[in-house]
Design a protein around this ligand. Structure first.
Ligand code: WTA
Length: 631
């Protein structure tokens, strides 16, 4: 790579280059584009298969691409089973620390035992291949065990983030038609127990599909258990049915591994469908190459397993790569802002992968907290979830990385399964840029007609090719899958990401943010539609609109506009009540920053709320093209 890059550039050290798993990005990139299928066949060879694939890519029914068709595998075959036959059997798979300070560790051997036992429990409850089990849990090892157990028996999991609340959970249970729910009495957050089971109870009232609810006792707080429906996890795990022997189901490469809901522009959340084969290959390859994974590493992805980052990079990719995974239950600053740094020191963490929001939040407390701990074990850092502002990047690089750890700013989505745009450790870095496409991917920034933007010009981010980790469809809604991602650039056959971006003269990609009605709050993905329908479900509200406005710590914050029903009067108390109502329906992360009472909302003639106009007004900016605005 040349040394004439423009702007603020950080070059990798000799040491980083010498130890890198991939030393030359440009050569391998070129090869991966010229022979995409060859590249992905080679990566798939790194894994075990019960039966090899007949075809790497089946593109006979675009955009419903299939990968490794004819192949037989199960993600568990690679994430657990193959390690049991090597020295890794006794390697730590998982180190877990609870917020109160309790610790649990699992070797691959122990993880296999727990997963096998719970697989048998699920089977005894009638769970079969193809069923979707909903999981609603705090960040505890049993969450990982439940996910892996579903995969092992060929059932799919649908994990609902533990910070979501009643309506969000009920809606997801209903869409997935889950019969079985795995949950816990609660977890710990900022020193206080959360109440998951009572939220689950309310959700089960709203969507009565659930026949069996398995509950982990975490906090010991009292909670209502319904006879013949609700069972304690530890009771079931102690029964003879919970035998530690369980065959891994041999699934087809294209069999469903999990669904994970993302919030959309309108209506119900979208259940993104991921499959065993392609997802195994894509997540493990990206993890191994981008984070330069070695057997000695202690990997900490400080996300929640309830989001895609946790699925791909706490659970599946690191286990496939035989890594030791760190997982922590609670808040980064509890009881002190040094909690994370204390754990980095205590466990000798070598790679830390987190979000800009977390970095900004910890930066606020100053340098003294990380400096109190020896965090020199770190060799690589990562960022995900939203664009990272250069100021936070530089703090992360200097104070946490001691100026020696490259920062992997990885751009990707629930839909993509794994990293799409990302540096490698050997890539010269520019703070705030996710840099270059990962192998096999061609990325474009284009206008509405598909014409490439000029260097530095803003446009829509598209991916021009299929990749093994891509979501295969939206559960029960193929049409929506096509319309959301593939319609606008149908002619070209490109995937539209829903983000805006620009590419600079050096070919570095700078992601700007969402252009649709998705809001990223603290890196968490929420839909305006869900927030609005939570508001409208309140007895006083007739119509509502939600927009995102920039926020120093959270990246974006939710601001709402509400039209009251006739006869209702606006007041401070009602605004507060509405904010709390959204929090109790959706979850605390969705609680709006402000509620503003208005008489009308800007709409198109077809009745769609023009959030863009609301946003421009709130920011005092030009309102842009108003030709479609209703009189
Ligand atoms: C945003 C999270 C800038 C982006 C893995 C994307 C990012 C959305 C980055 C997907 C990054 C994610 N730089 N923006 N490095 N990573 N995003 O589905 O807007 O929760 O479309 O997946 O997060 O969010 P999701």
């Amino acid at each position: 790579m040349g040394s004439k890059l423009e702007g603020d550039v950080y070059y990798p050290s000799e040491e980083v280059i010498n130890q890198a798993n991939v030393k030359n990005y440009d050569d391998l990139y070129k090869r991966s584009i010229e022979d995409r299928e060859g590249f992905w066949a080679e990566q798939a060879e790194e894994l075990d298969w019960y039966k090899k694939w007949d075809k790497v890519l089946d593109d006979s029914n675009k955009p419903f691409y299939k990968w490794y068709t004819g192949g037989k595998t199960n993600i568990i075959q690679n994430a657990i089973d193959r390690h049991l036959r090597t020295w890794r059997r006794n390697k730590l798979a998982l180190i877990w620390e609870g917020e109160p300070g309790d610790v649990a560790t699992y070797s691959y051997h122990a993880l296999n035992r727990e997963v096998s036992k719970f697989s048998n429990v699920l089977k005894s409850m009638g769970v079969q291949k193809g069923d979707i089990v909903t999981i609603y849990m705090p960040q505890i090892p049993e969450l990982v065990i439940a996910m892996l157990a579903c995969a092992k028996i060929g059932a799919a999991h649908s994990v609902v983030y533990g910070g979501f609340s009643v309506e969000a959970l009920a809606e997801r249970i209903e869409d997935a038609k889950s019969r079985v729910l795995v949950t816990a009495d609660g977890g710990y957050r900022r020193g206080k127990p959360t109440q998951l089971k009572s939220i689950a109870n309310d959700a089960m009232k709203r969507s009565p599909n659930i026949e069996v609810c398995i509950c982990v006792k975490r906090t010991g707080e009292e909670c209502y258990m319904e006879n013949d429906r609700d069972f304690w996890y530890h009771d079931l795990m102690g029964l003879p049915i919970a035998s530690a022997n369980c065959e891994t189901e041999q699934t087809d490469a294209e069999d469903m591994l999990f669904i994970l809901y993302t919030s959309g522009t309108t209506g119900r959340p979208k259940g993104q469908v991921h499959t065993h084969g392609g997802y195994s290959v894509y997540t493990s390859t990206t993890h191994r190459m981008v984070f330069d994974i070695k057997d000695e590493d202690r990997w900490w992805c400080a996300a929640d397993p309830g989001w895609i980052t946790g699925h791909s990079y706490i659970v599946y990719a690191p286990l496939i790569n035989g890594s030791t995974v760190m997982m922590y239950e609670g808040a980064p600053n509890h009881p002190y802002p040094s909690r994370w740094w204390q754990m980095v020191e205590k466990y000798g963490i070598t790679i830390l992968y987190t979000s800009p929001t977390a970095i900004r939040g910890l930066m606020r407390f100053g340098d003294a907290w990380p400096k109190r701990h020896d965090i020199s074990s770190l060799r690589l850092l990562g960022s995900v979830g939203e664009p990272i502002n250069p100021e936070a990047w530089k703090w992360y690089h200097k104070i946490i990385g001691n100026e020696k750890c490259p920062i992997m700013d990885t751009w990707w989505q629930t839909e993509t399964g794994g990293f799409m745009i990302t540096p490698l450790p050997v890539t010269p870095l520019k703070p705030g840029s996710a840099t270059k496409p990962f192998f096999g991917n061609e990325v474009g920034v284009v206008n509405d007609e598909g014409k490439e933007a000029k260097a530095g010009e803003e446009g829509k981010l598209v991916i021009k090719n299929p990749w093994p980790g891509m979501a295969r469809t939206i559960l029960n809604d193929e049409e929506r899958y096509v319309n959301t991602y593939w319609k606008n650039y149908e002619k070209q056959g490109w995937y539209e990401a829903g983000d805006s971006a620009r590419i600079d003269k050096d070919g570095y990609i700078w992601v700007i943010g969402r252009i649709d009605d998705v809001i990223k709050v603290s890196g968490y993905r929420l839909g305006t539609a869900e927030i609005e329908s939570a508001l409208v479900s309140h007895a006083s509200v007739s119509e509502a609109a939600a927009i995102a406005l920039p926020h120093e710590l959270k990246g974006n914050a939710i601001h709402t506009f509400v039209i009251l029903k006739a006869g209702e009067t606006e007041s401070k108390e009602l605004a507060e009540d509405l904010r709390n109502h959204v929090a109790s329906e959706m979850g605390p992360i969705a609680k709006p920053e402000t509620v503003k009472f208005v008489d009308g909302l800007p709409k198109t003639r077809s009745g769609k709320i023009m959030r863009r106009v609301l946003k421009a007004r709130a920011l005092g900016q030009d309102e842009g093209d108003l030709s479609t605005l209703e009189e």
